[in-house]
Design a protein around this ligand. Structure first.
Ligand code: ZNH
Length: 145
């Protein structure tokens, strides 16, 4: 269901993404722009005291974990739902993450990528990239009941 052009666009965008930078920055954006998302990260300590969202090593590490999971989707574009079935179940049953937050996370990833790639993420590339992320969001939500 992906055209060759879409596949090559997603790969081209992803090749330019530095996981260790974009992951932390995207999750920091989620936590700052949508501060209620902090509730899921109780085990990370008081991430809002002083300026600690931006220098909390657990937030940074977790941002990398999320982006590494995206790498799996890029490499399995024909089976994104299958790739995320267990992860979706974990977020539903154990982590109790409201699935609306997946869309917020996806948007923050796009904004972070756009800030870094600038003109390399042109309108056509953004459209395809967001289509890809919307499948990721659907897949992450697929096991909720
Ligand atoms: Zn998440 C975890 C992915 C979103 C919250 N995550 C996780 C992991 C992964 C992920 C891979 C790990 C798992 C294990 O360990 O097994 N996520 C992901 C993705 C996405 C997400 C791909 C999208 C796209 N998350 C999310 C959101 C939120 C979350 C939005 C909220 C807001 N997660 C979470 C938590 C956890 C996780 C809380 C746990 C952490 C710790 O460490 O504890």
């Amino acid at each position: 269901r992906w055209t060759d052009k879409e596949r090559s666009t997603v790969s081209a965008v992803w090749e330019k993404v530095v996981i260790d930078e974009t992951g932390p920055e995207a999750l920091q954006r989620v936590l700052i722009v949508y501060p209620w998302t902090e509730r899921y990260f109780g085990s990370f300590g008081d991430i809002f005291s002083a300026d600690t969202v931006l220098n909390n090593s657990k937030v940074a590490a977790h941002g990398k974990v999320v982006l590494k999971a995206l790498d799996t989707a890029v490499k399995n574009m024909d089976n994104i739902w299958g790739t995320y079935a267990a992860l979706s179940r974990l977020h539903c049953e154990k982590l109790n993450v409201d699935p609306d937050n997946f869309r917020l996370m996806a948007d923050c990833i796009t904004i972070t990528v756009a800030c870094k790639l600038r003109s390399a993420l042109d309108h056509q590339a953004q459209a395809t990239w967001q289509k890809f992320l919307s499948v990721v969001v659907e897949a992450m939500s697929s096991q909720y009941y």
